[in-house]
Design a protein around this ligand. Structure first.
Ligand code: AMP
Ligand code: GLY
Length: 434
C-alpha cells in the first residue's frame, strides 16, 4: 500500500525504518520528514496542519493509509477532516479523532475522564483568569512541591514543578498575566505531587481491543541526574526492569482496562496509539498523562524491539482485529541517547555540519532535526538532532554500544546526557536477562 507518514522527528524516522521492512509497503511518503527519513521514502514539504494540502497530495499519489506521528494534527482533527471529505474518506488514518485526541489536548478533560472511570491519578483543581486569587489561596494553604500544568498542548513544556510557595505563586500568576503558555494556559491545573519512578506504557488500539507494546522509560530533563528543564526526552530504555509482571498486571487492571472501557463508553473514535505516562508510587500505578500518539524518544527503543510487521499492525487497527495481531518482541534491551544542540530546549544554532564517520553499523541512528544542504551534506535543523539506539542482551551492553557510536558522530555544540539508564543499572535485575 501507499503510505503517508506525518511528522519529522526520531519517532517518524524509526517508523519509516520499520515500515520499509514490510512487504505490504509499496510507496512511502513522509511529510515533512527529515534528513534520515529520505532513506526510506520521499520527503514532501507540506505543512502538517494544512489538511487541504494533505488531502490533495493523498489523492494525487493514491495514498491508502496515513500514519500520524505528532499530536497537533490529531488534536486539530485530521482524522475527522479525512472522514468528512468524501473524496478522501476511503483513506485510513492511524491516529484518533479530535475527540479521542483531547485526552492529550486538554489535561482537564483527561482528568475528568479518569475520575469518571475510576482511574488512579493525582488529585487536582482547575483555575482560570477569573479564579487567579483562588489559585493563589490554594497554593498558600497547601504544601510543596507544587505541580502546575497548562490545560492545553504546550509541546511537552506545559508543566512547572516548584518546591517553594512564592515561586509557585509567581509561575502560576505569570501564566495568566504574561501569557507564558499562550492559549494552552487559559486553564491551569494544580496537581498533587506524586513521588515515584516514571514509566511509559503505549497501547495500540482499534477502539475496542488493545495490545500493550513493550514499555519504556524516558529521561525528560536536560541535565545529568534529572536536573534542569524538561525537554522532549533525552534518552530512553526498554524493557524497564522495575516494570515486572506484577506491576504491569496492576497497570493493566487499574489503568488500561478502565481507559478502554471509557473510550468505548464515550464512543471515542480511537484507532491508533495511546501513550500512558505512569508513575510507579511504591508499586502502585498512577496516570501522569495521556498522549494520543507514540512517544518520542520511546518509539526509538520500542520499534527496534518489535519483530512483527508494523503495516500488518496498522491494518489490524483499521479493520478492528487488533486482538488477532501476533506481537513478537525481542527480549533484549534497547537504549537510545538523544544528541541535541547546546542551548536546547531554549535557544540553539542550526545548519551546523554533522560528521557521522559511519562507524555506526552496531547502532541505529534515528534523525530528528536534520536536513541536507544543497550539496546533499547532512546538517542540523533543530534542537533535537538525532538519537542513537543500540540493542544488547544486558542494558549495560546496549548503553555502551550507543555511547561508543556517539563517539563517532559530531557537530558543533553537540550535547547529550551521559547517564541514560544509569539509575536502572547495578540492580540485581540487570544481571538477570528479562
Ligand atoms: P506531563 O507533561 O503531564 O507528562 O508532565 C511532565 C513531567 O512532569 C512528567 O513526566 C513528570 O515527570 C512530571 N509530573 C507531571 N505531573 C506530576 C505529578 N502530579 N507529580 C509529580 N510529577 C509530575
Ligand atoms: N516522551 C514523552 C512524549 O513523547 O511526550
Amino acid at each position: 500500500m501507499n503510505v503517508l507518514l506525518i511528522g519529522s522527528g526520531g519517532r517518524e524516522h524509526a517508523l519509516a525504518w520499520k515500515m520499509a521492512q514490510s512487504n505490504l509497503l509499496n510507496k512511502l511518503y513522509i511529510a515533512p520528514g527529515n534528513g534520515g527519513t529520505s532513506d526510506f521514502g520521499v520527503n514532501v514539504d507540506i505543512d502538517i496542519n494544512d489538511f487541504e494540502m494533505l488531502k490533495d497530495f493523498s489523492l494525487q499519489e493514491n495514498i491508502q493509509l496515513i500514519v500520524v506521528g505528532p499530536e497537533v494534527p490529531l488534536v486539530k482533527g485530521i482524522s475527522n477532516y479525512f472522514n468528512q471529505h468524501f473524496e478522501v474518506s476511503h483513506i485510513d488514518i492511524i491516529g484518533p479523532s479530535k475527540e479521542g485526541a483531547m485526552l492529550e489536548g486538554s489535561k482537564q478533560l483527561a482528568k475528568e475522564f479518569m475520575s469518571k472511570y475510576n482511574i488512579p491519578t493525582a488529585s487536582f483543581k482547575t483555575f482560570s483568569v477569573d479564579t487567579i486569587q483562588e489559585g493563589i489561596d490554594f497554593i498558600t494553604h497547601t504544601n510543596p512541591p507544587y505541580v502546575i500544568k497548562a490545560d492545553g498542548l504546550a509541546g511537552g513544556k506545559g508543566v512547572i514543578i516548584s518546591l517553594e510557595k512564592n515561586d509557585a505563586i509567581k509561575h502560576f500568576s505569570d501564566i495568566f498575566t504574561d501569557n507564558t503558555f499562550g492559549d494552552a494556559g487559559d486553564k491551569v491545573l494544580i496537581e498533587q505531587f506524586l513521588t515515584g519512578i516514571e514509566l511509559s506504557v503505549i497501547i495500540a488500539t482499534d477502539g475496542k481491543s488493545y495490545i500493550i507494546l513493550p514499555e519504556a522509560k524516558d529521561y525528560k530533563r536536560i541535565g545529568v541526574g534529572d536536573t534542569g528543564p524538561n525537554t522532549g526526552g533525552m534518552g530512553a530504555v526498554s524493557p524497564v526492569p522495575f516494570a515486572d509482571k506484577a506491576f504491569m498486571a496492576k497497570a493493566e487492571e487499574l489503568i488500561i482496562k478502565p481507559t478502554m472501557r471509557g473510550i468505548i463508553e464515550e464512543r471515542l473514535d480511537y484507532k491508533g496509539f495511546l501513550f500512558i505516562g505512569i508513575m510507579n508510587c511504591d508499586g502502585d500505578p498512577y496516570v501522569i498523562e495521556y498522549n494520543c500518539r507514540l512517544g518520542d524518544p520511546e518509539t526509538q527503543v520500542i520499534i527496534p524491539r518489535i519483530e512483527s510487521d508494523i503495516i500488518e499492525l496498522f491494518e489490524r487497527i483499521i479493520s478492528g482485529s487488533i486482538d488477532e495481531y501476533v506481537l513478537n518482541v525481542n527480549p533484549d534491551f534497547a537504549a537510545t541517547v538523544v544528541l541535541v544542540s547546546e542551548g536546547y530546549p531554549n535557544e540553539y544554532e542550526t545548519h551546523l555540519p554533522i560528521i557521522d564517520s559511519q562507524t555506526t553499523q552496531n547502532s541505529l541512528v534515528f534523525h530528528a532535526g536534520t536536513t541536507k544542504d544543497v550539496n546533499d551534506n547532512l546538517i542540523t535543523n533543530g534542537g533535537r538532532v538525532m538519537s542513537v539506539t543500540s540493542m544488547g542482551e544486558y542494558l549495560k551492553q546496549a548503553l555502551d554500544v550507543s555511547y561508543y557510536t556517539i563517539d563517532h558522530i559530531s557537530f558543533k555544540n553537540m550535547y547529550y546526557r551521559k547517564d541514560i539508564g544509569q539509575d536502572l543499572l547495578n540492580k540485581k535485575t540487570d544481571s538477570i536477562k528479562l
